[in-house]
Design a protein around this ligand. Structure first.
Ligand SMILES: Cc1ncc(COP(=O)(O)O)c(C=O)c1O
Length: 361
């Protein structure tokens, strides 16, 4: 097809984890647990759910294209100006807008190989030259990222914490890295798991120091349980934000998403329940993994990535768990063929996972 640029032809479409309904149908199972996509096992914030219901009567109207109410609320919450806040259909929506806003012909991108696959998809689709720098000990190797900066570098992407490894860059590491980055280079700090990671003392909450060439991205998909409505937000210098606002899809995010996110921010109860459940789940699962001699990467997120001795073993454990009605994520397509990512679930889901692993192993 001559219409399609060669760099697009080369791409493969993103394959998400299997949905529950598909596994139930294929394997004839009644009860399937999904621990594959780092979703909030408690479901959505009840306040957000109510806001969506209240909003239904108005869905024949277009949303507020500027997202004023939610941006104002976020600005107040983080003590910044509304002109420093942008919204998008998920933080991935904002990443896509960033690519379309700032990348010119010869511009180049630097990131870590085998980090967040959503960014990889967008970066590859941009058709620009990308330097994928290997991780070191399952972590971003920031100083090696610096080695790839040249006159063409435009964007450096850092998922902090990283998905699928769950590890994070410390404040000290980020500060040392930042000194080497020219001001003309935009750093995307993807903090989709910020709420979970923020309890780690040396985690660099990027809101506490604002640099003109850093854009912070956050999400309502994880701790607020709103992955399905697609809403995220970004903070940056007002010059960057005003240009992103020119390029973003005008009516993104939807009115339901804006209303849900607005109310989710008031749902402090739900947020603390979610974080507590996650912390307990992490403690339980890691203790059990140690007992079962399952190797795992220490994580500050809502998932734990396990490490197997071979690709065959990783495939086998994924398959056997599926047969028991538990969906986990084998990370071959992420570039980690010996690894399986497991989202932290409800107490009883975690227990069932461990019971099944016990049987299988
Ligand atoms: C590192 C990272 N960034 C961004 C996202 C996507 O967030 P959103 O749903 O807000 O687009 C995810 C989702 O898994 C993620 O792991």
């Amino acid at each position: 097809m001559p219409l399609v640029p060669s760099y697009i032809k080369k791409l493969n479409s993103y394959k998400p984890g299997k949905p529950i309904s598909e596994v139930e149908r294929e394997l004839g199972l009644k009860e399937v647990i999904k621990l594959a996509s780092n979703e909030n096992p408690l479901g959505p914030s009840p306040k957000a759910k109510k806001a969506i219901q209240d909003c239904l009567i108005d869905i024949h109207r277009y949303p507020d294209a500027s997202g004023h109410a939610l941006r104002e609320k976020l600005a107040k919450m983080f003590n910044i100006k509304i002109s420093n806040v942008v919204l998008g259909s998920g933080s991935e929506g904002i990443m896509s807008t960033i690519m379309r806003t700032f990348l010119l012909n010869d511009d180049e991108i630097i990131s870590s190989s085998n980090s967040f696959i959503g960014f990889k998809v967008l970066a590859n689709a941009s058709g620009r030259k990308i330097h994928w720098v290997p991780m070191k000990d399952h972590r971003y190797d920031l100083l090696r990222l610096v080695d790839h900066i040249n006159d063409y570098t435009k964007i450096i992407y850092i998922a902090n914490p990283d998905n699928p490894m769950g590890t994070y860059v410390t404040k000290e590491e980020f500060d040392a890295f930042y000194k080497h980055v020219p001001e003309r280079v935009l750093i995307i700090l993807d903090e989709a798991y910020f709420e979970y990671a923020n309890h780690s003392e040396d985690y660099p909450d990027s809101m506490t120091y604002r640099y003109d060439n850093v854009i912070t991205l956050r999400s309502f998909s994880k701790a607020y349980g709103l992955g399905g409505v697609r809403i995220g937000y970004g903070f940056a210098h007002s010059d960057l934000i005003s240009n992103l606002m020119k390029v973003k899809v005008p009516f993104e995010p939807s009115s339901l998403a804006q209303a849900a996110a607005f109310s989710a921010l008031d749902d402090k109860d739900f947020l603390s329940k979610s974080l507590l459940l996650n912390r307990d789940g992490f403690e339980f699962l890691t203790k059990q993994f140690q007992k079962l001699k399952v190797k795992y990467i220490d994580s500050v997120t809502n998932f734990i990535t396990t490490r197997w001795d071979s690709t065959e073993q990783a495939i086998l454990i994924t398959q056997r768990l599926l047969e028991h009605g538990i969906i986990v994520r084998h990370l071959a397509s992420f570039g980690w063929p010996n690894y399986v990512r497991i989202s932290i679930g409800l107490k009883e889901e975690n227990q069932k996972l461990i019971n099944c692993m016990n049987k299988i192993l």
